[in-house]
Design a protein around this ligand. Sequence first.
Ligand code: UTP
Length: 475
Amino acid sequence: MSSIRQHFEENGQGHVFAHFESLSESDQKKLEEQASGIDLTELASLVRNLVQSPGSGNEAIADNLEPANVIPLPESKGGNPTDWKEARSKGESALRNGRVAAFCVAGGQGTRLGYDGPKGTFGVTPVLKKSLFQVFAEKILASTRVFGKPIPWYIMTSVINHDETVQFFERHEYFGLPEDRVHFFSQGLMPAVDADGKILLSSPSEIALSPDGHGGSLRALVRSGAVRQMEADGIDTISYFQVDNPLVRCIDPAFIGFHLLNGSELSSKMVPKAYAEEKVGVFCQQDGTSLVVEYSDLPERLASETDENGNLRFNAGSIAIHIFSRSFVRRLGSGKDEAARLPFHLAHKKVPHLDENGTLVEPNSPNAYKFEMFVFDALPFAANPVIIETAREDDFSPVKNAEGVDSPQTSREDQLRQYARWAKSAGIEIETDDTGLPSFAFEVSPLFGDTPGRFASSWDELAHKPELTEGLVLV
Ligand code: UTP
């Protein structure tokens, strides 16, 4: 018996090899490879601590919780335009010196959207249906043109979408970005287990594995060699965003500047929560340490608590936009610092698996536990964390669900409202409803940007051709 099989046997997971003798040689090899990627000691402790003795309730988390300190927008109460100007200029200079990389996490399964393909390939813009990846690529390209330095783009995929993602970029010639500046790497995987902690098989030769969460990005950045590559290229600042948000400013000089001026290891953007029950994590402080408390862990009495002006006290909603310092990613991602490890969270999900007779079962209710890390759990470990306010309408409108909130429809409308705001600020008369939604669809290329002068003249040129009004595109 091979040593890996022996190891699984000794750790009560020998059933993973139940069908081993009937497999072809290549399938045997594949299964052994999958198995050797699993840390059984880590898994046993996760099963003990998460599956078999669930958490002690959210009141424990609420102990001493205070709202986080936030840098307000210049136009918000307490905002300081001079600080923002200084931050912007610091960020611009870092960009001109080539210190910044863009980093998109795109390894998720995207189950809620129900789209067949990597989420980044989903067509999201109002007229041309440009894919999310194209939108980000063009934003990054636009920044490289402004700052005169190529901005490398790291994209984290997972085994479920890696090849398709790379092929998509190849097919589209990297959307104009230099090919050697777009780096793909796959994130780590974790096995799904049943209520007894037994690893599930998805076929006789395959373990039911799934991506280890966006928090897995820190160790994947280290393991893949991305951090080493950044170091060689003189990159020390990593601009993190998620694949589902077409409004995100992938490269935001003021945000980068605040991060650098404060010597921060991890900076974050917040938006004021829209209402008390909104399902976003909230930036808080506990004993002087910043942290994000998930909406499900924030007791209702705190979520709805208001200050003397009637505003929510815990109103700093997390929108998954961060800046990491490279050295911080190395420290956390290498796992060498025992005191700074991202915890795993438990998800109870439906996972097709082989039963003890080797028959494939398609469950219709959650039957399995998956383990995921969350990127915002890095916050308590970061020195000098910075949280800045951003306007939701300029940075956040994710595509999560097929319909309803955070869907292609809401995101499309938010993109249209943004274009209409830009047009209006360039002095263009445009009819909108009370919510700022224009009465016809048009689209502004990220390569065109929001440069008011250019905007106005191109608009004039195009808008006077009535046949072009619906679906007008500024490129
Ligand atoms: P979500 O939490 O929205 O999960 O991910 P998801 O897998 O994309 O979608 P659902 O829940 O199955 O519908 C937020 C971001 O984190 C990335 C996603 O690709 C998305 O950009 N992510 C999530 C990863 O990169 N890896 C993961 O393991 C999980």
